[in-house]
Structure formats: C-alpha cells, structure tokens
Ligand binder design. Structure first.
Ligand SMILES: C[S@@+](CC[C@H](N)C(=O)[O-])C[C@H]1O[C@@H](n2cnc3c(N)ncnc32)[C@H](O)[C@@H]1O
Length: 202
C-alpha cells in the first residue's frame, strides 16, 4: 500500500459497511471528549465516508473534509447532503499537502483511524501545526496497541494489523517531534484512545 498511486497511508482503507457503525455508535460523544466545540473552524483529515464529518459539521461553524480517495469523498458528500448540511468543503488530496489544501487556519483538526499508517508522521504534524490557529487543537483518535485478534466487532477481529498499532506514548513522541504539545489523553472505549495537542505557546 505504501506505493499506491494515490499515496494511501498503510492500513487506512475504509472498512466494509456495517461494523464501523457498530463500533462507533456515538461519534458526537467522541468528538466532544476530544474537545470539539460549537462554532469552531474544523478540518476532518482522512475523513473517509464522513461518519465523523457529519457530527463535526452539525456543531462546527465550518468543516474541510480531506481524503485522498475521491470515491470515498463522494460517499461522504452524499451522507452530508442527505442531512441538509451545507457548511462543509470536500477536498480530494494528500494529507501531507494540508498546508496547500486549506487556506484558512483551523481551531480543530481531527484525525481518526489513520495516523498509525502515516510513513512520515513528523512531516504530517508540521503541516497540521502550520494550519492551526494559535490556540488551535489537533485531536488524534487511534486504535489501541492490542493484538488484532482482541479487537472484535460483530464477531470478527477488526482494525489495522497489530504491527501498525501505536501505543499512546509513541504517538505522543511522534506528534511532539512535529512541534505540538500534549494537553489531554482520553479513553475512547472499547478499542481506541484520543490525544489532544496544541502549540506549546498557547
Ligand atoms: C480507516 S479510514 C477512517 C476514516 C475516518 N477518519 C473515520 O474514522 O471514520 C482512513 C481514511 O484515510 C484515507 N487516507 C489514506 N491515506 C491518505 C492520505 N495520504 N491523505 C488523505 N487521506 C488518506 C483513506 O482514503 C480512508 O478514507
């Protein structure tokens, strides 16, 4: 996957339908736990089919949803249109290019279920940091570093392969190397954790 022509990060394919909704029955609750507030300007990075983009858009002032896969963005576009949402911009592009893709600084950058597959995490975090407002936040939601056989949803092991999963300490180290600082660590049961980062000066 590392050499995919579209530049897909490894182990970040959108799952087949069904179990994602079972694993994430309350995406708005996850977003509240990692700091999304009303009237923020948000970016949903590696947004997939829009399962989190929709509740972000319901709360935020404006959302930019970015994904490298134009076909999955069409699914997201459809999901949000069906709910009558109009404050979203969809951009097909590589997350590394965030600084070029997003023209306005963000209060909140959300990245769920994708950071584990980024080959150069420091490069990505630098790009994100350059688009955060001075008090802006980066929230990363990652799979726990448990063996894949243990993360069962609807009767089957799910999520990225065990070797790709990152302990929180490793994620924190990678993000702090990119210039942001940890401000919050939350549990996201049953199989995830959330980490929130800000500019060190804020
Ligand atoms: C596992 S899905 C998660 C989607 C969404 N964040 C969620 O949690 O529901 C990961 C997404 O990352 C996208 N992706 C992979 N590599 C990317 C890249 N280089 N730039 C932007 N998006 C990428 C994939 O197309 C996929 O839709």
């Amino acid at each position: 996957m590392a050499n995919h022509p579209l530049g897909f990060f490894e182990g970040t394919e959108m799952p087949t339908a069904g179990w994602w909704e079972a694993l994430w029955p309350d995406p708005a609750g996850v977003l509240a736990a990692v700091g999304l507030r009303a009237e923020m300007d948000a970016v949903d990075l590696c947004s997939g089919d829009g399962w989190f983009t929709l509740p972000i858009a319901k709360l935020a002032r404006h959302v930019v949803a970015i994904d490298v896969d134009p076909a999955i963005l069409d699914v997201a576009r459809h999901r949000l249109a069906e709910s009558g949402i109009t404050n979203v911009e969809f951009i097909a592009g590589d997350a590394y290019e965030l600084a070029k893709l997003v023209t306005h600084p963000a209060d909140f950058v959300f990245m769920a279920n994708a950071f584990h597959g980024v080959p150069d995490q420091t490069r990505l975090v630098r790009a994100i940091a350059s688009r955060l407002k001075p008090a802006g936040m980066l929230a990363i939601v990652n799979w726990q570093a448990r063996p894949r056989e243990e993360t069962i949803v609807l009767g089957e092991p799910r999520g990225p392969k065990t070797e790709l999963r990152m302990r929180p300490e490793r994620t924190i180290k990678a993000v702090e190397a990119g210039g942001l600082k940890l401000v919050q660590h939350v549990d996201v049961p049953p199989y995830h954790y959330g980490l929130v980062f800000k500019h060190p000066s804020s």
